[in-house]
Design a protein around this ligand. Structure first.
Ligand code: NAG
Length: 423
């Protein structure tokens, strides 16, 4: 692969900063007219044990905790065989038809760096690009827009299993990792900026969930700026998505904001909102949860950039099997994290038919989902992307199943609990 030097990009950046605002051509998505209603295609091109536990359960006690170790443990040949089968079957054209039929207009597709380039000694196997390309065709055929989302980078940007590699955050500290990532982005952008995709791809997300508190934010900003430049060098029309890195609302207002003058939306901020990853959040009653979601909508609706809630769910607990990582329990029942006991996970560890066959249960989830959808469409919030489209057994995270249970409104703008945010 061709290496570009960070310094070259930096000097390009400096000259950009001094230049007049870039006038961009019309985007394929107009946030002033339409709201994004999307789902994440999770657990497909990047494995997540909690979305497809069956792939990991076959190992018994010796199960790998992430895709890196899954491929390392199996070796390239066997890993490739199993992953090819997974990619071919977990998501097919039928899913995209179903997604469109539920009234959704967009999918966010996570993919790891290793689908494009391998580092020396990487155990990962390749073949994901062919499936991403198929998915782009299915999306186009079904009138769905796509964000391509770089979900994992070398060394890991957050230590989550969904970055490919759990429990370490060496992306910035490992030698050459950031430059390596920029080269991967360059390859991605060169390919997916092709005009064949211009009706379909309405966002390239430079990096999913960099864990700001464990990273050097100045270096992250340089990376984002460089990635932005790579996109603009290639094709002025595709919006650049920057994930908020768990920073507070308005944090990104003064960053990469020159294009906004043209009233065309070149940079979009991606916020992720869950209320289940701390004991304090798990203890909230429904009113507090709804108020919290509405407050996000109020604040982020007033941000400088157009922004989207690129991940949220119906979850009221963290009980789904391996949600916090393979082999780990839940904060909710105090089997993980050391906090206070909130309640039992028995009904939510995997799919429990009796639990979901209960109108009081459905009611509370429906109320919560409606409030979030309302919140994330307020003002400069340009919509929402549910995490995720489907799972093997984690119902609180499974849009397809929740639509069948009447937790997801059909049509999507149907409201049993209208105006919960009183915007
Ligand atoms: C759901 O509950 C009702 C009673 O409330 C019962 O008649 C029905 O068989 C249950 N369905 C399933 C699939 O368990």
């Amino acid at each position: 692969m061709k290496f570009i030097l960070l310094s070259t990009i930096l000097s390009g950046l400096l000259s950009f900063a001094a230049a007049a605002p870039i006038i961009l051509k019309k985007r394929d998505w107009d946030y002033t007219k339409d709201k994004i209603h999307g789902v994440n295609i999770g657990g497909w091109l990047v494995l997540e044990p909690y979305i497809t536990p069956s792939l990991f359960e076959t190992f018994g006690d010796d199960a790998p905790v992430d895709e890196y170790h899954y491929t390392q443990q199996l070796g390239k040949e066997e890993a490739s065989k199993r992953l090819q089968e997974h990619w071919a079957n977990w998501i097919t054209e039928k899913d995209f038809e179903y997604i469109a039929n539920l009234g959704l207009n967009m999918v966010r597709i996570p993919i790891g760096y290793w689908a494009f380039e391998l580092q020396d000694n990487d155990p990962y196997v390749q073949g994901q690009q062919a499936y991403l390309d198929k998915a782009l065709g299915w999306a186009e055929k079904n009138g769905l827009k796509v964000w391509i989302d770089l979900h994992g980078v070398p060394g890991s940007q957050n230590g989550f299993d969904n970055s490919g590699l759990r429990d370490q955050i060496d992306w910035q500290t490992g030698s050459g990792n950031v430059d390596f990532t920029l080269n991967v982005l360059k390859e991605m952008i060169e390919k997916y900026s092709d005009s064949d995709y211009s009706d379909t791809i309405i966002g390239i997300e430079l990096l999913n969930e960099p864990l700001g508190s464990s990273l050097n934010m100045d270096e992250l900003k340089v990376f984002y700026s460089s990635g932005y430049e790579l996109v603009r060098d290639q094709d002025a029309s595709v919006p650049v998505i920057i994930q908020d890195a768990f920073q507070s609302d308005y944090y990104w207002d003064d960053f990469l904001n020159t294009e906004q003058d043209t009233n065309i939306y070149g940079v979009v901020v991606d916020h992720h909102h869950y209320q289940v990853f701390s004991t304090g959040e798990l203890q909230r009653d429904m009113d507090t949860r709804i108020q919290t979601a509405c407050n996000w909508g109020k604040q982020e609706g007033g941000e400088y950039h157009w922004n989207v809630c690129g991940e949220f769910s119906a979850a009221l607990t963290d009980c789904a099997k391996w949600l916090n990582g393979l082999g780990r329990g839940a904060r909710y029942d105090s089997s993980y994290g050391g906090g206070a006991y909130v309640g039992s996970c028995d009904d939510l560890y995997t799919y429990d038919e009796d639990y979901w066959n209960n109108s009081d249960v459905i009611k509370q989830y429906r109320q919560y989902v409606e409030a979030q959808m309302d919140a994330f469409e307020n003002g400069k919030m340009g919509g929402w992307v549910f995490w995720c489209w489907k799972t093997e057994s984690a119902v609180e995270w499974d849009f397809q199943r929740l639509a069948g249970l009447n937790v997801i409104p059909q049509p999507l703008d149907d409201r049993l609990y209208p105006n919960q945010c009183s915007f």
